[in-house]
Write a protein that binds this ligand. Structure first.
Ligand code: AMP
Ligand code: ZN
Length: 114
């Protein structure tokens, strides 16, 4: 738990947020500035900033995050039409929140990445 981290605060119930999914590894919320009709964030319960700071013993958490994204894509009706999973890491990727998270985007054709 990092006190000034908004995702730690939502996950612990210290800040408001509607949890769309939760298990012992991760939880999901809707992005407050959605870039697509479906834009959810899958967030590990534990605070990590970068993949590079993740110990191999926590790789299970990454798998759980992808499994959660798959489930959420199904429950939000975008599994068939397709979706994008994004992890922004560091300055060049424009990472705004320093708590690792997986964006799940879908519900419309998505622009080519660049
Ligand atoms: P990133 O650029 O990958 O760090 O993305 C951070 C995302 O978190 C952005 O898309 C923000 O809109 C989103 N965000 C920031 N604060 C909140 C919040 N309190 N609840 C939901 N999403 C948030
Ligand atoms: Zn955090």
């Amino acid at each position: 738990m990092v006190r000034d981290c908004i995702f730690c605060r939502i996950g612990s119930g210290d800040a408001p947020g509607v949890l769309l999914y939760r298990n012992e590894h991760c939880f999901a919320v809707a992005d407050i500035e959605p870039k697509a009709p479906v834009h959810l964030l899958v967030i590990p319960n534990q605070h990590f900033t970068y993949l590079g700071s993740l110990a191999p013993s926590f790789y299970t958490v990454l798998g759980e995050m992808f499994a959660a994204a798959r489930t959420l894509a199904e429950t939000h009706g975008i599994a068939g039409s397709g979706y994008r999973l994004v992890v922004n890491q560091g300055e060049n990727a424009g990472q705004q929140v320093s708590h690792l998270h997986l964006h799940l985007l879908g519900g419309r054709p998505l622009d080519a990445m660049g």
